[in-house]
Every structure is written in structure tokens, then in C-alpha cells.
Design a binder for this molecule. Structure first.
Ligand code: NI
Length: 166
């Protein structure tokens, strides 16, 4: 299992670089990401969360399954929005409703570099948008209104103090 970087770590704020080489090192990294995501009970994990500043994320969404998205691009978003609770393995313990387009079309490359397209709605659409945000240094808390962002930041600091002292 890989270490998961958390809020405050610089790498979570970087704009990640495109993946150019599709080799066995990339496959090994992806395998390790799936193990880490499963251990942490996550439905998605982006490369910067485990310290790699590259454009790649994995998901494991109930009723859809496992997916690897390399150099993803969201090419369509629905006008219809949907609001549901989100959490993040990099902001453990904090959850908040987030409004996002209800469905998206994403184009990405697979482990062999082959381009594919997925039309997603429901939890898959939400996971894809959340993970894609990570590749641009954006966290779900950034999508909240200012007042709610401040509340989350305070709650996070409180949790961090508790972790350090105990
Ligand atoms: Ni996340």
C-alpha cells in the first residue's frame, strides 16, 4: 500500500503532467494504486494523491467496476446538475455535498495508450470529475461556497491538531 498525501501537501495543488510512456513501470504504479484504493475503501484515486504528478486516475465504482483513465479529458458535461455527498482519501474524515454536472463524456487512454470514450452518469460521473480535478490541483472542498470552505478548513485543522497530539 502506498502512502496517501493529505490536504496541506504541495503535490495536491500541482497541475500534473501528461503521461507519455506506457511501460511496465506505469502498469506497476497502477496496480499499486488499485491496492491502495481498495485498502482505503475509496471509489477513486488520482496519481498526485500517492505522490506522482502525472495525469492518471483509477476508479472502482459499484455496478460499473474498475477503470484506469490516463491523460483524461472531459469533453462533454450535462447542463443538468446533481448534488451528492463527497469525501476524499486526501481529506479523510470530512464530507460535504458537492454540486456537479450530472453526466459527462470523458476521453482517456488505457494502460496501452489506446484512446477510449466513456459516457458516465451517477456515481461514476461524480468520481470521474472528482478525480480529474485532482490532476489540476483541485480538491472537492474548493468547489464549495466560501463560507463552507472556511468551515471545512477549520474542521480539518481541528482534526490535524488532534492527530498530532494523540
Ligand atoms: Ni479525492
Amino acid at each position: 500500500m502506498l502512502d496517501i498525501y493529505t490536504l496541506g501537501d504541495e503535490i495536491l495543488r500541482e497541475r500534473c503532467k501528461p503521461v507519455k510512456v506506457f511501460d511496465s513501470a506505469l502498469t506497476s504504479l497502477i496496480d499499486a494504486m488499485f491496492v491502495t484504493m481498495a485498502e482505503a475503501n475509496g471509489v477513486g484515486l488520482a496519481a498526485p494523491q500517492i505522490g506522482a504528478d502525472i495525469r492518471l486516475f483509477v476508479v472502482d465504482v459499484p455496478e460499473w467496476g474498475k477503470g484506469v483513465f490516463i491523460n483524461p479529458q472531459i469533453i462533454e458535461t450535462s447542463v443538468e446538475l446533481s448534488c451528492a455527498e463527497e469525501g476524499c482519501l486526501s481529506v479523510p474524515g470530512l464530507f460535504h455535498d458537492v454540486e456537479r454536472p450530472a453526466s459527462v463524456v470523458v476521453q482517456a487512454q488505457d494502460v496501452n495508450g489506446k484512446v477510449f470514450t466513456v459516457k458516465a452518469d451517477g456515481l461514476l460521473a461524480r468520481a470521474i470529475q472528482h478525480e480529474n480535478d485532482h490532476l489540476n490541483g483541485v480538491l472537492f472542498i474548493d468547489r464549495l461556497e466560501q463560507g463552507e470552505q472556511e468551515k471545512m478548513q477549520k474542521a480539518w485543522e481541528k482534526r490535524s491538531r488532534r492527530r498530532r497530539s494523540g
